[in-house]
Design a protein around this ligand. Sequence first.
Ligand code: FE2
Ligand code: FE2
Length: 263
Amino acid sequence: MAVEVLRTADGREKTAISRKHAATWFSARKSGAQLPIGNCTPPDRPARPAQPELLDPRDVPRRRPGTPQGRAAILHAIAHIELNAVDLHWDLVARFPEIDMPVGFFDDWVKAADEESKHFNLICDCLEQLNSHYGAMAAHAGMWRAAEDTAHDILGRLAVVPMVLEARGLDVTPGMIQIFKQAREDKTVDALEVIYAEEVGHVAYGSKWFNFLCGRQGLDPQPVFLDLVRRYFHSPLKPPFNEEKRAQAGLPPDFYWPLTEPA
Ligand SMILES: [Fe+2]
Ligand SMILES: [Fe+2]
């Protein structure tokens, strides 16, 4: 199921399959008949639509939030992040079959993938209301780099994807909500509020399973985390941090403040 999502290129289609498979997983879990985990090699890179064109981040035009076009550009960038997140979570489900994980690990990442799929569709609906659509503008290339760099290191993957990249989302989303509140774009505000609430859970899943794996190996999580982020994430973390939401997600300050300094 994960690999089928990863091999589907179109965003609306990818997220529809993602939601369908998540529903199948959870209805089996509820009925007490858990689906077998299986073993299937995910593609090195997920299938993506022909549009948007993917550019180096330096070449993606700047977004001015004061104009409708600028706000559409922000939404386009968020849609791109959400679509990437759908693939990241399904990739995590399929990528490490040799590591024996409790069924709760799969529950969490299937739920996260399902929520990202919903987020992509919510944001696409808002974009379409602004007479745009996902694919209409250029988007950042290189979003899959974190996945490629950590394709053989589950602790590295958990450290960089949910605990660094998704935690960053908690820092910046309140500012985005403010922009759309000021523009009185209520539908977008509602969508961003849903995203903001659910992303706390994704960071928490990362923290939960990172700590689980460290505990199973008798490792002290904090120094291991700092070391992995320095190895796989190539720039210092940027304050200000959303300390309250990070704490709620199980990320204590000593997991990010030391990383604001170049190693
Ligand atoms: Fe999301
Ligand atoms: Fe997320």
